[in-house]
Write a protein that binds this ligand. Structure first.
Ligand SMILES: Cc1cc2nc3c(=O)[nH]c(=O)nc-3n(C[C@H](O)[C@H](O)[C@H](O)COP(=O)(O)OP(=O)(O)OC[C@H]3O[C@@H](n4cnc5c(N)ncnc54)[C@H](O)[C@@H]3O)c2cc1C
Length: 358
């Protein structure tokens, strides 16, 4: 029997494996795909993410860095110069983390979890603690009765492509192109990747336009040639639960994505590390795997609170975000505040204090 069976080899699962292995736990990672595998993503690592990875002492490839961040909203253009957003490619990034964990890996599609048993299509895997790090539509969460994924009620859809084109050190975040095309709040991005860029767009459900076409046309307009366009659901910060007893949900399986920016890697890595520590404490300090959930829930409470606040803000943006006067009045101020969040200088809880007092 393993100490930990981790379902999913994304940033959440690989971080669990990495930290748990360093703590001396015996770990198995199960993923339905053989790494390195693609995961549709912008590959943007915000300053708080790369600083966290630095503290964990992991190495990974970086293909681009944005010295400036250009945001376009309601006809206005704002350029910020802050600490860089680093741009990686997810197949390489996720694989680098998994390899550095040095744990056992099995390719299998998990269908359910029952007590200490993870049931896959090809076999069964025993673990004292089970970690569901299986992303947006988590089978593990569903299997333990937690509805973090409820289709369009909890998730947006986002598309991306790796495009060929000129090098750049400017990240573009463009609300206008998505709002004008869909009449809904969402944004497109251009994140430079050496010779080319990761280009994509995300929007809430119900925007009945061809988002693949939008990405291809947007890339072309920006001077790039789009490759394959891939789509994936993206949690809008709906957190119904983060586990129970000996089963812990980490990263997007727990719904932990910033609902206003779509940033998920930071929460995947931080809650992955917390899950490993909680499992260690339950197994090695208390000697009881069922304590894992209580410890974990307390450890990640601040992240869950942050995500809930981001959801509140995204709802406000849904009502106000398409109004030109809002962009004119608040645009630069809002962007500066957001930047403080993703650089780690501030939290949503701090930013929303004045709103809560109303
Ligand atoms: C288009 C798009 C762009 C994005 N851009 C950014 C960005 O620029 N920056 C950012 O921070 N975030 C971004 N995000 C969000 C980010 O990609 C996710 O939040 C992040 O990948 C979550 O990591 P995770 O490890 O929790 O899950 P995932 O990365 O989704 O990994 C889950 C793993 O579980 C495996 N799996 C799933 N089901 C099973 C099963 N039943 N059995 C076995 N294995 C299974 C999958 O194969 C996968 O390897 C973006 C998302 C999308 C869709």
């Amino acid at each position: 029997m393993y100490d930990l069976v981790v379902v999913g080899a994304g940033p959440a699962g690989s971080t669990v494996a990495l930290v748990a292995n360093r703590l001396g736990l015996k770990v198995l990672v199960v993923d339905r795909l053989q790494p390195p595998r693609e995961k549709p993503c912008g590959g943007g690592l915000t300053p708080r993410t790369w600083k966290l990875l630095e503290r964990l002492g992991v190495e990974y490839p970086v293909y681009g860095a944005c010295k400036t961040i250009e945001t376009r909203a309601a006809g206005y253009k704002y350029v910020l110069r802050k600490e860089p957003i680093l741009v990686t490619r997810r197949p390489d990034f996720d694989y680098a983390l998994l390899k550095q964990s040095g744990v056992d890996f099995v390719k299998d599609q998990v269908v359910s979890v029952n007590g200490n048993t993870v049931v896959g299509k090809s076999g069964e895997y025993q673990g004292r603690v089970i970690i569901g790090a299986d992303g947006a539509t988590s089978t593990v969460a569903r299997s333990i009765g937690i509805a973090n994924y409820k289709g369009h009620r909890t998730h947006a859809i986002a598309y991306m492509t790796i495009a060929k084109g000129p090098p750049s050190d400017n990240c573009v975040i463009d609300f206008d192109v998505v709002i004008n095309a869909t009449k809904r709040v969402g944004y497109a991005w251009v994140f430079p990747l050496g010779e080319g860029a990761n280009i994509g767009a995300g929007v809430g459900w119900g925007a009945w336009i061809d988002m693949r076409r939008l990405v291809i046309d947007y890339a072309e307009k920006a001077g790039y040639k789009a490759g394959n366009v891939l789509g994936h659901p993206l949690s809008l910060g709906h957190v119904a639960g983060v586990g129970n007893r000996n089963v812990l949900l980490a990263g997007e399986a727990a719904g932990l994505v910033d609902a206003t920016t779509g940033e998920g890697i930071y929460y995947a890595v931080s809650t992955g590390a917390a899950a490993a520590v909680a499992a260690y404490a339950a197994l090695k300090i208390y000697g009881k795997e069922r304590h894992a959930f209580g410890i974990y829930r307390e450890m990640i409470r601040p992240y869950v609170e942050e995500i809930k606040k981001s959801r509140l803000l995204s709802r406000m943006a849904k009502t106000l975000g398409t109004r030109r006067w809002v962009a004119k009045l608040l645009g630069r101020r809002l962007l500066n505040l957001y930047t403080k969040v993703y650089t780690g200088e501030a939290t949503y809880s701090l930013l929303l204090k004045p709103v809560e007092r109303l």
